[in-house]
Design a protein around this ligand. Structure first.
Ligand SMILES: Cc1ncc(COP(=O)(O)O)c(C=O)c1O
Length: 427
């Protein structure tokens, strides 16, 4: 089935009305995209049609969305079309109208206001804006996990080296959400200024109890920052309900946007707390070099600066609308159906230990396993023979193999992982 036919037939007529060619969205598109209401997570036929909307080859099962998401044709087409359009006239394409359109789509996805979102190049840049913008000084303490991705470890370590902040670590428990709240609470002292946690860990896919942590943070008068690199586009959430002060994410993982796209949410009342350390065109709302005056932009746009790639941003907007059209509830149900099959299947295999949480509420679509007889690299090499793209996990000394399950994956691919893992050890 062709791309446009897919959206006409599978997504229903209302969908077509709102998507004047999903392949070429214009800035005038309606942002409140109603999602397709009836996706059955177990309907392989439907998800096969959806898979055909991606250039991914059938031969290899791509199971590393946690590393990088595969973009659908509509996103790739949007980037190409925008680049063609702009190169014909050699313009940047910067318009507040387009930025607002994309941010409005993102704000509907994250449950925040458009003014609370900034475009970035990746989750790491979003993290750096928060890390370097918060007024932290020598001796101030922050609490984070021992399972941080390099992107949420190095910026804080750089701050430790430069400014002398103190980093306190806790080992995240996959057994109990409350245990994680308790472990953090035990580390809080009078010097604690910040809790920085991932929404889902990169290591075992553990979902941390952000709402409870924001209650804890508020009661102690400390900030809560969430690294959502692994969660935007995986399941629905509302940042206002989560209650965190800032939330960083990538556009190029579960959201399936173009590579080198990211977003940062900063709650309105935190905009004057997190200082823009990099600034330039678009960060300001008026300046006068001669008088030495500068007014920052009233919104999170203050964290943006200089010339950017409009084709990439346009592609990100298209990706967000693509996900909204499928519906984040539907996406999550499918991701969950695939990962649950994998989680349960792996538990039946001798010598395999599943490191991801057993409680449904704490488990994401990242499933990590260890083989008692094999180092993870050997297991990964064995699975490569089954044309399975997985990701090794070394963070936090985990030594596991991670499998991400997203909307373009199938039960057949999950069964291939199970078969490959079953045959990895012949002893
Ligand atoms: C938890 C977490 N944080 C941050 C990052 C870095 O993301 P980016 O490459 O978009 O900067 C990753 C990437 O895998 C991640 O898993």
């Amino acid at each position: 089935m062709k791309r446009n036919e897919f959206f006409k037939t599978v997504l229903g007529t209302f969908a077509v009305a709102n998507i004047p060619g999903f392949t070429r969205m214009s800035t005038g598109d309606n942002n409140s995209v109603p999602s397709w209401p009836t996706a059955n997570p177990d309907d392989e036929q439907f998800w096969k049609v959806l898979r055909a909307q991606f250039p991914l080859t059938d031969e290899r099962a791509y199971l590393n969305t946690g590393g990088l998401g595969a973009s659908p044709y509509v996103v790739i087409d949007a980037v190409k079309a925008k680049m063609d359009e702009l190169e014909k006239v050699s313009e940047t394409g910067h318009t507040e109208e387009l930025w607002k359109d994309i941010k409005t789509a993102a704000s509907l996805l994250f449950g925040c206001e458009t003014e609370e979102l900034a475009f970035t190049r990746n989750a790491t840049e979003s993290i750096n804006i928060v890390c370097n913008g918060l007024p932290l000084k020598r001796g101030d303490e922050m609490i984070t996990t021992t399972h941080e991705h390099v992107g949420n470890a190095v910026p804080w370590l750089a701050l430790l080296q430069r400014e002398g902040i103190v980093i306190k670590l806790f080992e995240p428990s996959v057994d109990s959400a409350q245990e994680n709240v308790d472990r953090i609470a035990k580390l809080v002292t009078k010097r604690t200024r910040l809790i920085s946690v991932p929404h889902a860990t990169t290591t075992t896919g553990l979902i941390l109890p952000i709402k409870s942590l924001s209650e804890l943070a508020r009661s102690k008068n400390i900030w809560l920052f969430v690294d959502g690199a692994q969660t935007a586009g995986m399941f629905p959430f509302n940042v206002h309900e989560l209650g965190c002060d800032a939330y960083a994410t990538s556009g190029h993982k579960w959201l399936l946007g173009p590579k080198e796209t990211g977003l940062l949410y900063v709650r309105k009342d935190m905009l004057d707390v997190i200082q823009p350390k990099f600034a330039g065109a678009y960060s300001d709302d008026g300046f006068d070099l001669a008088k030495g005056t500068l007014k920052f932009h009233p919104t999170a746009q203050r964290y943006e600066f200089g010339t950017v790639s409009i084709p990439l941003r346009f592609g990100l907007g298209t990706a967000i609308k693509f996900m909204q059209r499928i519906g984040m509830e539907n996406v999550w149900k499918r991701d969950r159906a695939l990962s649950t099959r994998l989680f349960k299947g792996l538990q039946e295999i001798p010598y395999v230990k599943v490191l991801s949480p057993a409680h449904d509420a704490d488990r994401s679509a990242l499933i990590t396993m260890q083989h008692e007889k094999l180092p993870y690299l050997d297991l990964q090499n064995h699975l490569n023979k089954f044309k399975l793209r997985t990701r090794g996990v070394s963070e936090g000394g985990v030594n596991g193999l991670r499998i991400s399950t997203h909307i373009y994956n199938s039960f057949e691919e999950i069964d291939r992982v199970l078969e490959g893992t079953r045959t990895a050890w012949k002893g």
